[in-house]
Design a protein around this ligand. Structure first.
Ligand SMILES: [Fe+2]
Length: 204
């Protein structure tokens, strides 16, 4: 049976502080669902592709496998991103703040570094939980399937593709980053942080 990814309409956020409904509509309905549709198309085609002619220079199989991770991560990362957006009513959970202070020196140092990552990359800024060391790290990527650390769990993912903010902010990324940071659903973030800590303990 061919695997299929289902788009999750319930994750579409409403009334997000600092990000308009039109911006969310384009981002969710066109970009997120576009990744889901292309992922399903690739999974269909992978059923029939000729594996006997797979080739590292060019082959249909290689092209599909490259775009499989691009669209898989596109679908998965946007579900985390949209699930994280709210009206910013909750505060950063104490346990996460404590680990940020431990791993980055202070909350302010983490924030300064996270903002630098969000400015220096073209796709995503991440706070990840590194399952190899048990530490939190900020990393960036230029595309959904580039520059990741393997064996890590996404705690926060800020979409800095231009499609995420141009409707509202044009070329000004900094106010969008501030809007995102003040709209984070910390309850959702806390759940992932707790699961990551459990996974790290289980893998020791
Ligand atoms: Fe996006």
């Amino acid at each position: 049976m061919v695997e299929k990814w289902e788009a999750k309409d319930k994750l579409k956020p409403k009334n997000v502080n600092g990000i308009s409904e039109k911006q969310i509509d384009y981002h969710f309905d066109i970009h997120y669902k576009g990744y889901v549709n292309k992922l399903n198309e690739i999974w269909d085609k992978l059923e029939k592709v000729d594996r006997t002619v797979a080739n590292q220079n060019y082959s249909d199989y290689r092209a599909m496998k490259l775009e499989e991770t691009f669209n898989y991560n596109g679908a998965m990362l946007h579900e985390i991103y949209f699930g994280n957006l709210t009206n910013g009513s909750a505060q950063i959970p104490a346990a996460l703040k404590t680990q940020i202070e431990l791993d980055f020196g202070s909350y302010e140092k983490w924030l300064q570094d996270f903002k630098a990552v969000s400015t220096a990359f073209r796709g995503w800024a991440f706070l990840i939980f590194d399952l190899t060391t048990g530490k939190l790290r900020n990393i960036g990527s230029d595309a959904h399937n580039q520059y990741a650390i393997w064996n890590a769990i996404v705690i926060i993912n800020l979409d800095v593709y231009e499609h995420a903010y141009y409707v509202d902010y044009g070329p000004k990324r900094a106010p969008y980053v501030d809007a995102y940071l003040s709209a984070i659903n910390w309850n959702d973030v806390e759940l992932r942080f707790k699961k990551a800590k459990k996974a790290f303990e289980a893998m020791k």
